[in-house]
Design a binder for this molecule. Structure first.
Ligand code: ACM
Length: 538
């Protein structure tokens, strides 16, 4: 290292002043985060994640009291959103918070209004004043998202499941908010390690707070098949009987899977189920010998290699199998999409890959669903209306990026999941015990600090449907693992998907993120205390 040269006196003192100004700005940032969480402090309107589209602070705060009622429209959807809000607020406040359709003074009101078409499918307006808080939306999803905003405007301790001290105040003013993108996703790999229904529901609860609206479930891979298919029962009884590391694995019965769907739906989240094909299929190939070109079933697999398995493209039974699986899965799926994987098919020739996708995509359409595939699908012929999920890296794969951009120009919609930005299983740094590092380390700042709108050169802006943060589970099986890897990066991905590009700014974002720390703790989320974020002392 070279020796520092003595600085001229004036320049030296200028630098000192600048450094002092910078560090006091940083301290002010910390103070903002910390003071917003002090008992009794009112969080500034708009200091939430994702940042709202428009914030107009005005007037005095609203105070929630033991007399507060939650007044909703008579529609079952508005009532149900009101009940969900009450369920969050009752344990911590200790208040009764009855949900009613009758007018009540100083209440929290949830209103659907057909006149509010400008708010769109998911937008809302929240007005807060001493006389009440009113959330207005065109659709129930907007009310639900408005309720998540209200939660974040209340003190963090409102999330606790035991009585806490108030006061419970919401800053005065108006937030008018709607999302930048319609697809704000998170993916759970329930194949490498099986995750129970309760684990998936817990993750849904946490995703919803940040306005994530798609849950992509990676239901099959080499290490395990996780969804019951009645016409091919060994997929689960045998193919689901293990996982990475040799544990017992598991699978969802259709009734259990419906329970996940119901929980997602009540959180205004669409489940996108994935059956990964033609590669990543060892669990299926091990379960049924006839699916293999040589007619010999391989053993079950509990390692972490990729790219070694393939369905047998020339055999007719392959398509009988795919048809049965897609038919049963489509019948279970209330959402629009079925994800057919298509990544890392290193044991399938290019010619076979194209032939396979040409036969499988129409099966998805036949059962009334729309195809999503990993972006390798753009190397075949994506079906009309299909979405491709980009999972490449910033600095590599330019030819592949160009291929994806070309498909986008031809009408294929894109979901962006760049692995070196928002793969939640990538380690934060060299000291992270969990996770993988094949795409590099992904710090909290790195996962937030990019623009989905300009990420893929040549892709038309209208082709970008949103972002999705995958959590692959080679190293992950427990809730603490999920918490540590998803938080605090997931809120940043949610903000990339929801907030206008004009609000994007790491220095102010990190202060808002810091203020989420006590909230995550109150929710029992054991997040990673990244030193990039000025967390308040707890
Ligand atoms: C992937 O990470 N193989 C989609």
């Amino acid at each position: 290292m070279s020796q520092p040269r003595p600085l001229p006196r004036l320049l030296g003192s200028l630098l000192l002043v600048t450094a002092a100004a910078l560090s006091s700005a940083a301290a002010a940032g910390q103070a903002t985060a910390a003071s917003a969480e002090r008992a009794g402090a009112v969080r500034p309107l708009g200091q939430i994640i994702p940042a709202p589209a428009s914030v107009s602070p005005a007037g005095s705060p609203y105070t929630l009291t033991s007399a507060t009622r939650i007044q909703t429209d008579a529609t079952p959807e508005a009532r149900a959103v009101g009940e969900r809000l009450a369920e969050v607020l009752r344990p911590s406040t200790g208040y009764g918070l009855p949900v009613t359709t009758r007018p009540a003074p100083q209440s929290i009101r949830l209103r659907l209004s057909s006149a509010e078409s400008a708010l769109g499918e998911e937008g809302y307006r929240l007005k807060s004043a001493p006389g009440g808080v009113t959330i207005t939306a065109l659709r129930p999803a907007g009310l639900f998202h408005g309720v998540q905003t209200l939660r974040q405007l209340l003190p963090a301790s409102v999330e606790a499941d035991t009585p806490q001290r108030g006061p419970w105040q919401v800053a005065g003013g108006t937030i008018t908010d709607s999302p930048r993108y319609g697809h704000r996703g998170a993916m759970l790999d329930v194949s490498r390690h099986f995750l129970t229904v309760d684990q998936v529901k817990r993750y849904i609860d946490h995703l919803a707070l940040y306005k994530i609206n798609k849950l992509h479930l990676h239901l099959s891979d080499d290490q395990g098949w996780r969804i019951a298919i009645d016409s091919w029962p060994r997929l689960t009884t045998y193919g689901g009987s293990t996982e990475v590391g040799g544990g017992p694995g598991g699978y969802y019965t259709k009734a259990q899977y419906r329970e996940i769907l119901r929980h997602a739906s009540s959180h205004y989240m669409e489940v996108v189920p994935e059956i990964d094909m033609p590669g990543h299929t060892n669990a299926a190939l091990a379960s049924y010998a006839e699916l293999n070109c040589d007619g010999v079933a391989p053993p079950l697999y509990t390692g972490t290699a990729v790219g070694f398995s393939s369905l047998c493209v020339p055999k007719q039974v392959t398509y009988d199998f795919v048809d049965d699986v897609i038919r049963e899965l489509a019948a279970l799926t209330p959402g629009r999409y079925i994800h057919i994987g298509g990544d890392e098919a290193h044991s399938t020739s290019r010619e076979d890959y194209v032939a396979f996708m040409n036969k499988v995509q129409p099966i998805v359409a036949k059962y009334g669903k729309t195809v999503v595939g990993w972006h390798q699908l753009t190397g075949a012929s994506p079906a009309k209306g299909a979405l491709a999920q980009y999972w490449g890296l910033d600095g590599t794969g330019q030819a592949e990026k160009a291929q994806v951009a070309e498909a986008a120009k031809n009408g294929t919609g894109l979901i962006l999941s760049p692995a070196d930005r928002i793969y939640l299983d990538m380690k934060y740094n060299k000291d992270t015990e969990l996770g993988l590092a094949w795409a590099g380390y992904v710090s909290v700042q790195r996962s937030y600090d990019w623009n989905p709108g300009t990420y893929l050169p040549g892709a038309p802006a209208a082709a970008i449907k949103g972002v999705e943060a995958p959590l692959w589970t080679e190293t992950i099986s427990r809730n603490e693992h999920i918490d540590h890897m998803a938080f605090p990066r997931l809120p940043g991905v949610a903000e990339l998907g929801w907030s206008p590009a004009a609000t994007h700014d790491w220095d102010t974002y990190k202060v808002r993120l810091a203020a989420q720390g006590p909230r995550l703790s109150a929710l029992g989320i054991d997040y990673y205390r990244s030193p990039q974020v000025p967390w308040p002392a707890q």
